[in-house]
Unconditional design. Structure first.
Length: 202
């Protein structure tokens, strides 16, 4: 089991620590309240998830609701795109869906629109990571939402990743899409899935 609950962004501890020190110095109870609220928020929004590896499958890189599933043609190949919406309460760390290597990463600045509908967020800030599984490209796109304005990547081009390795993190509400060669799916539009849920068999 990989990716147990870990606070991946230690910078989020700065505010709780500073406000706690201010409480110790001033004895003002407001500072301890702020410290507790920010600490709980950091743990809630930046916690990891348990990832159970399922060899021979493509697993979900994110937790949330499947907003849409589309099939398109790319270079004369039928490709499936699954769009996953992450609410404020979902785990916001993304994980590698299979053993692979990182072919490329493309960051694009953009606006911060809502992402809870499939036609929203097309021009939002996003990070597109292309993974190579044999000769197949698996494309994962992290999209920042109206509130989430930070995309953090834990990987780099040419990295070799294992199934369940943490790939990155989007703070607060956001969206993740995954695109791959079309296969029979284990999920459908409207499903609530968790990190590591089996999307299809490879």
């Amino acid at each position: 089991m990989r990716g147990n609950y870990i606070l991946y962004n230690p910078r989020l501890l700065i505010i709780p620590v500073v406000t706690f020190v201010l409480f110790v110095v001033t004895r003002n109870v407001n500072w301890i309240l702020i410290s507790m609220i920010t600490l709980l928020s950091g743990v809630c929004f930046c916690r990891g998830a348990c990832f159970n590896p399922e060899p021979g499958t493509l697993q979900s890189p994110a937790s949330g609701e499947i907003l849409d599933i589309k099939t398109i043609m790319v270079d004369q190949k039928e490709r499936t795109t699954i769009m996953i919406y992450l609410s404020l309460l979902d785990v916001h760390v993304q994980y590698c869906p299979l053993d692979c290597t990182v072919k490329s990463m493309l960051y694009r600045k953009g606006v911060f629109d809502f992402v809870f509908e499939n036609d929203k967020g097309l021009n939002n800030e996003k990070l597109t990571t292309t993974l190579m599984y044999g000769d197949e490209e698996i494309v994962i796109c992290q999209v920042a939402g109206k509130i989430a304005k930070t995309i953090v990547s834990f990987v780099h081009e040419n990295d070799t990743l294992k199934r369940g390795d943490p790939m990155g993190q989007i703070l607060l509400g956001s969206r993740v899409t995954i695109q791959f060669n079309t296969r029979p799916l284990n999920v459908k539009k409207g499903d609530i899935i968790s990190v590591g849920s089996v999307l299809c068999t490879l």
